[in-house]
Design a protein around this ligand. Sequence first.
Ligand code: WT7
Length: 651
Amino acid sequence: MLDQARGCRAPAADVVAHAHVNAADYDRMYAESIADPDAFWGREGRTLDWVTPFSRVKNTDMTLGQVSIRWFEDGVLNASVNCIDRHLPTRADQTAIIWEPDDPADPAQHITYAQLSENVNRFANVLLSQGVMRGDRVVIYLPMIPEAAYAMLACARIGAIHSVVFAGFSPDSLANRINDCQAKLVITADTAPRGGRRTPLKSNADAALLRCSEKVRCLVVKHTGDQISWIEGRDVDVKALMRTAAPDCPPRPMGAEDPLFILYTSGSTGRPKGVVHSTAGYLLYAAMTHRLVFDYHEGDVYWCTADVGWVTGHSYIVYGPLANGGTTLMFEGTPNFPDAGRFWEVVAKHRVTQFYTAPTAIRALMGQGEEWPARHDLSSLRILGSVGEPINPEAWNWFDRHVGHGRCPIVDTFWQTETGGHMITPLPGAIPTKPGSATKPFFGVRPAVLDPTTGAELTGEAEGVLAIADSWPGQMRTLWGDHERFEEAYFSQYPGTYFTGDGCRRDADGYYWITGRVDDVLNISGHRMGTAEIESALVAHRDVAEAAVVGVPHDIKGQGIYAYVTLMNGVEPGEDLRADLVKWVRAEIGPIATPDFLQWAPGLPKTRSGKIMRRILRKIAEDDFGSLGDTSTLADPAVVDDLIANRQNRG
Ligand code: WT7
């Protein structure tokens, strides 16, 4: 099966026979999706359940100054009806969500569509009782528990816009997001067990709310029963209210283009950006990609190991699988608790058919040895998926051999928070895979490889930056409260296209290879982090005068964080201060922003006009100081010698 010469593997006959889409279908459907998007997406759009059907399909303009993305714009629907109610006549008793707790000794839960419906309806009534109205923003700061899905769908049911904040973010990060979208309430839990430890979510929320309007209410899911502080009048016990709430809540009819949710993500500059996704286009795109990319069929048990705090959790734990009437597994824990076999134990226990995870997790588990997957029965697996960063061939091969036993196609899915769903990815029955390549575009996606300096579109075999030349239904619509920044951030670089921020190569077979970010965005364990955010956290410390952060290759995380810090005059560098600054950044942003290296920099390499030359800082961090390039434009070339002499990342 493996065409060694080209490193290419064609789908096996049984995979093709079973698949929704084969190679000929792909070619035909892709061609139609590009040539006649109205016909293609009009047909797909009708697979959703509408209150009022749409009459117009695509109405999009990516011209700088007038960017406007609208799909199915005159249609009326409700996302929770599409994820729940429409399945009830045929699958009320089928499991919608399998919940696997952190501690394997605790029982798993199987939540049927009927139970999901009841819980979401009760939750929606609780939100209404707290004065939440259509269009209001609700921040969700929850661990991986079923209530996170209930809360999201309850918002969708009443037309409130949710914004999930990853439970690993600090009180400050939470407060910034609550304030940016002016949320009416925040939903949290008492504490969150993960890997045998507990995160004090409610006390984080308490700390965040000190920085927010006192009108913001706090809904608390009592999950562990751990002791927490309670502010009468502000804090609300969700489970208690759900018990007495009515089990039905009429779904609010929503416009196709009404926002479904906001999700904050890091950019290359400034504060995190509030990415806004629409109701119809997003939902359709999440559902269709989930069905075709994972070749989801009735009876499958699908597991995505992401957290609902990231877009992957939105599209591929909640909205996609549930819109398809699927069974989706939600895992509260970590890959290595109680031991490095936990993922495989869960696969065997629930007979998982599709398993979707991140290269960083594969690399970490690979380091623990192949005996861990070997101990468990993985024969239920059919499809494996990867997301978040380019997957290195070693990790791809290990995943293939020791988890997929050479018989499961691996779908390497390239996409972004902004894209709503998969953009470049194999379809298991249609597209031969090559380790490390995300392969071919999904339907309706027109990738363009551009010359980074001239912006000219390159044809054939080429390397450059990746833009998308036309709109697709899952595309983000705006940045919350800042349409101008939206245009500036994505449409100003290469006129008429959406710019991904990624570098990319297209090979002779027309396969795409993502080569990583070309802007100042880092990818730490598949999570996005702006260097500017970490720098501003550092300079907020009273001893820090200036900071510059770059990425550095990291065996497990893909990229690590390397920070150069210039101290205030008179402050002495030392190990205590170094530890203090690392702790400070964790507290300001969250553990994912923890610097791996922190180097004292008496001066930073700057041009005469004062611009920090990050290229040089990156090279020094990588221990590659033999090829610093032209340093003649530096204001003070001597600073480079000092930085090299004191670098932290010595091989
Ligand atoms: C960035 C988006 C949306 C998925 C989770 C991350 C990188 C994502 C791949 C892949 C190579 C990938 C890109 C992208 N990325 N998937 N399969 N191959 N790179 O979402 O936090 O919005 O980050 O992740 O650099 O721009 P995100």
